[in-house]
Design a protein around this ligand. Structure first.
Ligand code: GTP
Ligand code: MG
Length: 188
């Protein structure tokens, strides 16, 4: 039976024992910032502006008596900044790659993001988490579960979540899974 881990969200002011760098990447407008904001503020901000280059967020959690901080670099999907963004991937221990389920182009572009991430981290292997966002837009969905499963198999991605930053579906679960994976890989 798989071991269960209790994960508690903590206040911003506690001092962490471990700090992990995470990066959020993916095309513009897929909901990267909305996902991170939902995890931190527990609400959806409708008139979110496009990210200018990058934003920085952090959140603390407790897992098995260890206090962990995840430092999140939220990048912009603007192609003009691609070269700068590549530097952010360096030394990240977790990379969230986001596409929107109603935006075929964002799915077709995944290869580009994942290729860059793997190339820059050739000697290390960050945890890669694939996220299909805007799940609430069910009737506008363009990418099927089967296509996504095939993509994950082919690219050896074992963590995939379908989320909605609008209604919060699976957002906290996603972050808890990431904390669990970081704990198992780097602390336990
Ligand atoms: P860049 O910063 O430009 O790279 O974009 P981003 O990926 O950070 O996207 P952002 O979070 O700014 O969201 C883009 C638009 O999609 C905004 O209008 C959001 O309100 C909307 N949006 C984000 N997530 C969802 C979602 O889950 N469902 C729906 N319906 N809209 C969403
Ligand atoms: Mg953004």
């Amino acid at each position: 039976m798989e071991k269960t881990y209790e994960i508690i969200e903590l206040d911003k002011n506690v001092n962490p024992e471990y700090c992990f760098k995470a990066v959020v990447s993916g095309n513009s407008n897929v909901g990267k910032t909305s996902i991170v904001r939902y995890e931190i503020h527990n609400q959806f901000e409708q008139d979110n502006k496009a990210t200018l280059v990058f934003d920085h967020f952090s959140k603390n959690y407790k897992i098995c008596d260890k206090i962990i901080r995840i430092q999140i670099w939220d990048t912009c999907g603007n192609e003009a900044y691609e070269e700068i963004m590549k530097n952010f991937y360096r030394s990240a221990l977790c990379i969230f790659v986001v596409f929107a389920l109603d935006d075929e182009n964002s799915f077709l572009n995944l290869n580009k993001w994942i290729y860059d991430i793997k190339k820059i981290n050739e000697n290390e292997s960050p945890i890669i988490v694939l996220i299909g966002n805007k799940k609430d837009l069910e009737s506008e969905r363009k990418i099927t579960k089967e296509e996504i499963e095939k993509y994950c198999r082919k690219n050896e991605i074992d963590t995939y979540f379908e989320t909605s930053a609008k209604n919060g579906e699976s957002i906290h679960e996603l972050f808890k899974e990431v904390i669990r994976k970081l704990y198992i890989k780097f602390i336990e």
